[in-house]
Design a protein around this ligand. Sequence first.
Ligand code: ADP
Length: 261
Amino acid sequence: LEARLMQAQKMEAIGQLTGGIAHDFNNLLGVVIGNLQLLDRSVAETPTLARKVHTAMRAAARGADLTRRLLAFARRQILAPAVLDLNRQLSGLSELVQRTIGESIEVRMIQAHDLWHTSADPGQFENAILNLAINARDAMPQGGRLTVRTQNVTLDAKFCNDYPSIEPGDFVAISVNDNGVGMDAEVLKRVFEPFFTTKESGKGSGLGLAMVHSFAEQAGGIATIESTVGTGTTVTIYLPRSKEEQSEREDTIVTRVAPGG
Ligand code: ADP
């Protein structure tokens, strides 16, 4: 499972990189091709120059074809967001989490009653939680406790000041806490950086928290981390409350009311 997770992290990082580069490159090639077409018209009377322009146009067209294929590759990894009840997702995942981190760590799930729904890619959510669980395990070599908690939270303007990508409003918070070794300020500053790892080579890719971070942002939320050396670490993912849920709830109320008159 861990090897698969690490592979998924790498593929996702490559996909994002490739997608970004291919997209920019495609735009640049558009400029090159457009100008070559203009040039082609003005050199039509001079066969030696026209041949050179044609050669350049063919090369640019091949480049464009290549970037299109790269984009298609990157798009395979594009997300399929769905309206999710994260309590249910987590319940379905708890056995796998326990198996992954071993019996020496006690897993506790504290689930908010009536948790709001949120919209996210379920596979990515699972990967994020598994990554966090593996980090927690690595931080508790002598065993310990992993607590996964869900909560409805309303973030105010003061909180959002520190996170320009989100607006104040309703969020579902999923926090993963361990009572492990914790991190010092130096490490804490860099944990969301891709490829930053303190683990020995082969053990960590340094992509786990970077992926958690990009998952949260792609779902319209944020990820935060708090840690104290010797006490433990809490990673919290805030995902915006889904608007679709409200209509779903109204439906539920209507069907409940109807039979009794
Ligand atoms: P990796 O786990 O592959 O090293 P991550 O991005 O998941 O990559 O984590 C980066 C670094 O952050 C880790 O190498 C570790 O030093 C630190 N870290 C992450 N989670 C925890 C945690 N729960 N407790 C202590 N340190 C952590």
